[in-house]
Design a protein around this ligand. Structure first.
Ligand SMILES: [Zn+2]
Length: 292
């Protein structure tokens, strides 16, 4: 296409002309409603730093989140390396703790981010840690950890964002106790789910064949799915960080930043290239959110 005439730049606001290329956060600061100081002062907890957790922590670090708490007791296996952006394939990192390698990689990516790494199962961590975080995210592959994070987040009034992936499919759901009529993750758990609780599950709830409680079926995943879902999960984190003050003051979300997916589940279907959002129902007898 042949361009004719001069471009009219008269309506483009110039923000800090001198910092256009010297401020690493300049381009995101230009987004209406953005407040980098809120991002810098935020603490985000990420439970599970496998494939989706890698994407999430990478995005949070590059956005300039001040502090990230990472929790994962798993060691790195060779089969992790095709979809974990923070696990460098060149280095000899098999058998190392995932949290240690994530911490080292983030030091290179953005040394100004403080990473607190915990090599614990979720139910072994000091519960006071929840109170030190502004947002909680789970990127785990089992229902027990999801529900534990959901319950503590709800109890402490902390926004909680859960992600799940399986093959070409993924989903995101946020929970926030200040939105009183919105369901929590526990609301969507059926009696059947509870009966099967002690068995291992896949991310999207399919039962995994188990022997003595050990997982024998590995979930099929690919980095294209985990990066899409990790990207959306990190965007939900940013929405909460930038918008929470506005919501607390006015009981509505600033439309410049947009409303998080509270009470709704975003589903991604990579097979048919489709996203959809379903409304989730609140269980009036839910032991987590109905008695508060
Ligand atoms: Zn509930």
């Amino acid at each position: 296409m042949k361009m004719t005439g001069k471009r009219d730049n008269s309506n483009i606001e110039v923000i800090g002309f001198e910092s256009i290329d010297s401020d690493k956060f300049d381009r995101q600061k230009r987004i209406p409603g953005w407040d980098q100081s809120k991002v810098l002062n935020a603490t985000v907890m990420v439970i599970g730093v496998g494939a989706t957790g890698n994407e999430l922590v990478k995005n949070l670090a590059l956005t300039g989140i001040g502090k990230i708490i990472i929790i994962d007791y798993d060691l790195i296996e060779k089969s992790n390396l095709n979809r974990c952006v923070l696990f460098n394939m060149e280095n000899d990192i098999e058998g190392k703790y995932k949290v240690d390698v994530v911490k080292e990689s983030i030091k290179i990516l953005n040394p100004e981010v403080e990473i607190l790494a915990y090599k614990d199962r979720l139910n072994d961590i000091d519960k006071n840690l929840y109170k030190k975080t502004d947002i909680i995210c789970s990127c785990v592959d089992n229902i027990e950890a999801r529900l534990e994070a959901n319950n503590y987040a709800y109890y402490y009034n902390i926004p909680f964002i859960d992600s799940a992936i399986d093959e070409h499919f993924g989903s995101i759901q946020s929970v926030y106790s200040e939105v009183r009529d919105a369901p929590c993750l526990q609301c969507g758990i059926s009696e059947k789910d509870l009966d099967l609780m002690w068995k291992k599950f896949s991310c999207t709830g399919q039962e995994i064949n188990s022997e003595n409680g050990e997982t024998t079926r590995k979930i099929a995943t690919i980095i294209t799915t985990t990066s899409i879902i990790g990207g959306i999960q990190s965007q939900q984190v940013i929405k909460f960080i930038l918008n929470l003050d506005h919501f607390k003051d006015y009981r509505k979300w600033d439309t410049q930043i947009g409303e998080p997916l509270i009470g709704r589940q975003l589903n991604y279907n990579g097979l048919i290239n489709k996203f959809d959002i379903i409304e989730k129902s609140k269980d009036p007898n839910c032991w987590t959110c109905s008695y508060k």
